[in-house]
Design a protein around this ligand. Structure first.
Ligand SMILES: Cc1ncc(COP(=O)(O)O)c(C=O)c1O
Length: 384
C-alpha cells in the first residue's frame, strides 16, 4: 500500500478507468450471464443500507424486518408462506447451506448426496467442504435427471437428493414432483436448486407457458435456493435460501456471544443488510405483475431468437425458459467469430452455444445478433 492517500478525484478517475475495461449489460452484448442490470430502486436501496450488518441484527432491527419481509414474499411466491430462511450472497451459499442442514439432520457416518449430473459446480464445492460424497445421476435427452437413476443411487448413506428447476446449461427443469415422491417414500431430504428458475417458472405458468411444478406445493421439497440477483433483478450479491421446516435452521445454529443475537444460523457472520434491503425494494416495486411482464418480454425475445436461429439452419433446443442452446457442425468457428464481433456467449460442456436472454437483451440486440450469425454462417460457407 502506498504511504500517502490520493485525492478523491484521482481515486475516482482510477475507478472509471477500470470500469471502462468492463463489459456492460446495457450494451446488450452479454448473452452469457444469468445476472443483469439491477433495478434502479434496488440499487438505491443497496447504497442506502451499505453500513448495515445483518450478522448483528439487534443493531439493525429495521433492516432485519426488511429481510423477514423479503423472505416471506419469496416464500409465498414459492408455495409456503411459513418457510423460513435468509437473504444470502447467492446460489452457491444457498446450496451449501441446504446441504449443511441435510447433513446435520441425517447424521450418517459417510454421507452422500445424489445430484443430477447437470448440477451447478457449487454442489462440488459444498460436497468438498461438508465431507459429502457427490453421487451423480444421469440425465436424459431432455437434459433433466432420470428419476429412476436417482432412485437407484439411493443408499443407506444418502442424506439428500437434489433437483434443479432451471439448470445452468439448458434451463431444463427436473421432474421435481417425481423426486418429491421418492424423497417422501425414502424419508429423504429433497433440496431444489431454483437459483435461476425461481423467479421465472411461477410467472411462466401464469403466462400460459408449460412450466413444471417445483416448489413447496410439493410435499417432499425441504428447501429451495432462489437467486434475486439473477431474474429477481436485485444487485449482486443477493441469494435466498428457504426451509419449509424452521427446525432445519436450528441445526445450523452456533452461539454468537458478544453480538446482539445469542445464536447465528447463517454461514456468513458479518453479512450485508444492503442485499436484503435491495431485494425487498425489487420485490415491492415490481410485484408479481412486474415480474410477469419481465418474464414475458424475455420469453418473447427468446422465441424470436429461437425462430431466427432455426431459419438460419442452426439446430436449436426447444427452450424451457429464457435460455437458448443451439448447435451447428461448425459451432466452434461460429462461437469464435461471434466473440470476435463483441458478443459474450458461452458454451455448454458438450460444446453447443448457450445464450441467456436476460432483461437487458432487447429486441434490437437480438436482431443484430441474428444478422451477425447470418453473416458468420455465410462467411463459413464460402471458406469451406
Ligand atoms: C442452477 C444454479 N445454481 C446455483 C448457481 C450458483 O449461483 P451463484 O453464482 O449466485 O453463487 C448458479 C449460477 O449460475 C446456477 O445456475
Amino acid at each position: 500500500m502506498q504511504e500517502k492517500g490520493r485525492s478523491e478525484e484521482e481515486v475516482r478517475s482510477l475507478l472509471r478507468e477500470a470500469r471502462r475495461k468492463d463489459l456492460s449489460y446495457a450494451s446488450g452484448r452479454i448473452l452469457s450471464s444469468m445476472c443483469t442490470s439491477p433495478l434502479e430502486v434496488a440499487s438505491r436501496a443497496f447504497c442506502e443500507f451499505l453500513e448495515t450488518n445483518l450478522g448483528d441484527p439487534g443493531l439493525f432491527p429495521g433492516t432485519r424486518e426488511l429481510e423477514e419481509r423479503a423472505v416471506r414474499a419469496i416464500a409465498s411466491l414459492l408455495g409456503c408462506v411459513e418457510a423460513k430462511g435468509f437473504i444470502v450472497s447467492g446460489g452457491t451459499e444457498a446450496n451449501i447451506t441446504a446441504l449443511f442442514a441435510a447433513r446435520e439432520a441425517a447424521k450418517r457416518s459417510r454421507p452422500e448426496v445424489v445430484v443430477p449430473e447437470t448440477a451447478h459446480f457449487s454442489f462440488e464445492k459444498a460436497a468438498r467442504m461438508l465431507g459429502l460424497r457427490l453421487v451423480k445421476a444421469r440425465v436424459g435427452e431432455d437434459n433433466t435427471v432420470i428419476v429412476e437413476d436417482v432412485e437407484r443411487r439411493i443408499t443407506r448413506s444418502t442424506v439428500a437428493i437434489v433437483g434443479i428447476a432451471g439448470n445452468t446449461e439448458y434451463g431444463a427443469v427436473d421432474n421435481i414432483p417425481a423426486l418429491s415422491e421418492i424423497a417422501q417414500e425414502h424419508g429423504l431430504y429433497l433440496h431444489v436448486d431454483a437459483a435461476f428458475g425461481g423467479f421465472v417458472l411461477p410467472f411462466l405458468k401464469e403466462l400460459g407457458f408449460p412450466a413444471r411444478e417445483f416448489d413447496f406445493s410439493l410435499g417432499g421439497v425441504c428447501s429451495i435456493t432462489v437467486d434475486p440477483h439473477k431474474m429477481g433483478l436485485a444487485p449482486v450479491p443477493s441469494g435466498c435460501i428457504l426451509f419449509r421446516d424452521p427446525g432445519y435452521l436450528e441445526l445450523l445454529q452456533v452461539e454468537s456471544p458478544y453480538l446482539t443475537q445469542p445464536r447465528q444460523c447463517t454461514l456468513l457472520g458479518t453479512r450485508s443488510g444492503a442485499s436484503a434491503a435491495a431485494v425487498f425494494a425489487a420485490l415491492t416495486f415490481l410485484g408479481k405483475e412486474g415480474y410477469r411482464r419481465v418474464v414475458k418480454r424475455c420469453m418473447e425475445t427468446t422465441l424470436y431468437l429461437r425462430d431466427g436461429l432455426r431459419s438460419l439452419g442452426m439446430h436449436v433446443h426447444e427452450p424451457w425458459m429464457n435460455l437458448l442452446v443451439f448447435d451447428h457442425p461448425r459451432r466452434r468457428e461460429i462461437a469464435q467469430e461471434l466473440r470476435s464481433r463483441g458478443w459474450a456467449i458461452s458454451r455448454t460442456r458438450r460444446g453447443e452455444i448457450r445464450l441467456v436472454i436476460m432483461p437487458h437483451v432487447k429486441r434490437e440486440h437480438a436482431e443484430k445478433f441474428l444478422s451477425d450469425v447470418e453473416e458468420v454462417a455465410e462467411k463459413l460457407k464460402k471458406s469451406r
